[in-house]
Design a protein around this ligand. Structure first.
Ligand code: SF4
Ligand code: SF4
Ligand code: FES
Length: 232
């Protein structure tokens, strides 16, 4: 297997450059995911930098661009990738080193979406209650692992990174807008009623195609925009 990996060390390089690596199938010790291969390559070359933690598609830390598609390396089967496997950092965010990007802006936009419940003080008798149908509304929205694969595949984010909140943050906003327990719905919608923050989404759908968790941020943004429009 051949790998072409983008390398960048801010202390010594002026720009990212490609480095070629090779790995024999037997060196993988039965590992079948791209992350297994990267961990083996790092044994060959300990200077290779990338993030990973859970190795199960849950922590969202190993987002990267592989053969032109954003993905989580730990749940991307090697067998699904054409060789040479070209690996780059997620596009549209500053590179810290090799495949590690600076997620500060991504988290700033996420925080702006106020991704937490704002409900009446809970009664002493019971928790905040929801019917099964109200709870079901949150399916497909709450499972996001904040990997940034969607936001960094979005042309509207590339062109307006400081202003457009991006699909992950907007989907998080929608998750709380439709939560039956939340009492700040109107204020949330008013704060998102903005041509750059929200309406910069052109429904190109790159985000949905990129989501390794099979979520549909584009659909969530469409629903969010419709709720904002109803407030007018
Ligand atoms: S649907 Fe909207 S958020 Fe998703 S990639 Fe397209 S412009 Fe970006
Ligand atoms: S919506 Fe999907 S691609 Fe976007 S951050 Fe969440 S899990 Fe990652
Ligand atoms: S290592 Fe946690 S999602 Fe891949």
């Amino acid at each position: 297997m051949e790998f072409i990996i983008s390398r960048y060390n801010p202390e010594t390089d002026t720009a990212p450059h490609d480095r070629h690596y090779r790995l024999h199938q037997q060196e993988l010790d039965g590992g079948t995911m791209l992350l297994d291969a990267l961990l083996k390559l790092r044994e060959q070359d300990p200077t290779l930098a990338f993030r990973s933690s859970c190795q199960e598609g849950v922590c969202g830390s190993d987002g990267m661009n592989v053969n032109g598609q954003n993905c989580l390396s730990c749940i991307t089967p090697l067998a699904s990738l054409k060789s040479p496997i070209v690996i780059k950092p997620l596009p549209g965010l500053p590179i810290i080193k090799d495949l590690i990007v600076d997620m500060t802006l991504f988290y700033k936009h996420y925080a702006e979406a106020q991704p937490f419940l704002q409900a009446k003080p809970p009664s002493e008798a019971h928790e905040h209650l929801q019917t099964p149908a109200e709870r079901a509304q949150l399916d497909g929205l709450y499972e996001c692992v904040l990997c940034a694969c969607c936001t960094t595949s979005c042309p509207s984010f590339w062109w307006n990174p400081d202003q457009f909140l991006g699909p992950a943050a907007l989907m998080a906003a929608q998750r709380f807008v439709i939560d039956s327990r939340d009492i700040q719905t109107r204020e949330r919608l008013q704060s998102l009623d903005d041509p750059m923050k929200t309406f910069r989404c052109r429904h190109i759908q790159n985000c949905t195609a990129a989501c390794p968790k099979g979520l549909n941020p584009s659909r969530a943004i469409q629903a969010l925009k419709a709720s904002i429009a109803k407030e007018h």
